[in-house]
Design a protein around this ligand. Structure first.
Ligand code: R5P
Length: 282
């Protein structure tokens, strides 16, 4: 059975539909499961789904894990569509905390297994003591693309995003993969270079793991504006969209923007439920 935190309602519903397993609410008193008279048997698995977009969302996930364990099922599996703090995965400055390790330790405590959809860096999974695995939702980003893209280029705004662009291209079935170079000066300032890269005449699909402030994608779109490209699609797995990210992208001239539902936002046009269900069914 599947249960979701408030940050993962749509995707938990999608996973339940894909697997044909009931979607349940676990009651606070640890004795009842709402829904169509569903009860937890000893050999049941409870899948807890929660995106940890905020500190409150982390706590909510841990509370739901606790509740799931109170039913003493055969297994509690935790699915994290969006794993927060994953970008703080090492010491960038002396004295900082490795936040990704801290949250992994906390999530570990009440689960038998963890899945994370496109964590910022796959090495973050090493911080979990329980078995853990990544899930790739990038192929879903090919779904909304029109079949008639002209000489399509699947473009990562930096080198790290190139494999995601590759994953979307493979699913689309046509086109080539490129990336820009990116230097980050601060949390909000990025410098991008595109020396020798001209995509005039091509439709371009920009692919990244997440859009946070929108700085990276705005910069990439600015570069493309100076080329004679065709249609430009801006896509990502995790639409964190902090502060004024949407208006920033709009000001940069972005017209076609979509993401998956690992974070439930207005642009969450495609669902990561299928790859999650496939991983859970293995
Ligand atoms: C960085 O390495 C990530 O892959 C994204 O490019 C970045 O997190 C996007 O953040 P923002 O939207 O704030 O530029």
């Amino acid at each position: 059975m599947i249960t979701g935190t408030s940050t993962a309602q749509a995707i938990a519903t999608g996973v339940s539909d894909e697997l044909g397993e009931p979607l349940v609410d676990l009651e606070d008193d640890g004795t009842a499961v709402t829904g169509d008279g569903v009860t937890v048997e000893d050999d049941d698995r409870i899948v807890v789904v929660g995106s940890t977009t905020t500190a409150r969302a982390h706590l909510e996930l841990m509370e739901l894990q606790e509740r799931a364990n109170a039913f003493e099922p055969a297994e509690v599996v935790t699915v994290i569509p969006y794993l927060g703090y994953a970008r703080q995965d090492k010491l960038f400055e002396p004295g900082q905390a490795i936040s990704a390790r801290a949250v992994a330790r906390a999530i570990n405590a009440s689960t038998d297994r963890v899945y994370s959809v496109n964590p910022h860096n796959i090495s973050v999974l090493e911080y979990f003591d329980v078995p853990s695995a990544p899930i790739d939702a990038a192929p879903q980003l090919a779904e909304p693309l029109p079949a008639d893209l002209a000489d399509p280029v699947f473009l990562g705004p930096d080198e790290d995003a190139e494999w995601l662009a590759n994953s979307v291209r493979d699913t689309y079935g046509d086109g080539h993969v490129e990336n820009f170079e990116k230097i980050r000066h601060s949390a909000t300032e990025v410098e991008m270079t595109a020396e020798g890269k001209d995509f005039s005449g091509s439709d371009v699909v920009l692919v990244d793991d997440m859009i946070a402030t929108g700085g990276t994608m705005s910069e990439a779109v600015n570069i493309l504006d100076n080329q004679d490209t065709g249609r430009v699609y801006v896509t990502c797995i995790h639409p964190l969209l902090v502060e004024n990210a949407l208006s920033r992208l709009h000001r940069a001239g972005v017209q076609s923007l979509y993401a998956t539902d690992t974070i439930d936002r207005s642009i969450s046009q495609v669902s990561a439920a299928k790859p999650i269900a496939d991983a859970l069914a293995e």
